[in-house]
Unconditional design. Structure first.
Length: 211
């Protein structure tokens, strides 16, 4: 970091959320919101201009690219900005793709304003910042790797929860129906259940998938 203000890009598809984040952060010394984006695609293009230090990225947009995909593209840029996820979602289905995509931090939208400002400064310095619930879940995954769902298992179960058949899940994820069944069998074993309904209910209760 240089001695200039931390320059932010706020990426969220809700104008009220963007305005709220701007209002909170514009009052902070050394932080300046210089741009907004209503889509993930816009965020990627704007971040590539080279004058942004931190992107505040939502995960779910109305359509097209999602926040995790945009994060991967932004963090792949040469000297690209840091990405701080600011969202309402904290399930494994949301956090893992974003963190794997290279997000520096993950914060929930109900965080106090002072926590948001501190997270921006932490991300700008290149240090990781995680919401407590997200950090707890990641620690649980590290301590009990045998029971944690893989990213692919999470994707499969999320689609099952949406009502898709094994065949439809396979088509969506470019997997054979047999591979989908194998993933579900491992999910059943990890969650100690014996049906799709029970797997979805248990995973939802544990915060592994979002309904």
């Amino acid at each position: 970091m240089t001695d200039h203000s931390i320059r932010l890009l706020v990426a969220d598809d809700h104008p009220v959320v963007r305005a709220g984040l701007r209002a909170v952060l514009q009052t902070e010394d050394g932080i300046e919101v210089v741009a907004e984006a209503a889509t993930a695609e816009e965020a990627v293009v704007r971040a590539a201009r080279g004058d942004i230090d931190v992107v505040l990225m939502d995960l779910q947009f109305g359509g097209g690219m999602n926040g995790a995909e945009a994060t991967a593209r932004i963090t792949a840029l040469a000297d690209g900005p840091r990405v701080l996820i600011v969202t309402t979602y904290d399930t494994d289905a949301d956090t893992l793709p974003a963190i794997e995509a290279g997000a520096t931090g993950y914060l929930l939208k109900d965080a106090p304003p002072e926590d948001l400002a501190a997270a921006v400064r932490t991300a700008a310095a290149g240090r990781t910042i995680l919401a407590p619930t997200v950090a707890d879940r990641l620690m649980h995954r590290l301590r009990t790797p045998g029971t944690a769902l893989t990213r692919r298992e999470t994707e499969v179960l999320t689609l099952v929860a949406a009502g898709l058949s094994n065949q439809a899940v396979g088509a969506r994820l470019h997997l054979t129906e047999g591979t989908v069944k194998s993933h579900l069998a491992r999910v059943y074993a990890k969650l100690d259940v014996d049906s799709r309904t029970a797997a979805v209910a248990t995973a939802t209760q544990l915060g592994l998938i979002r309904r």
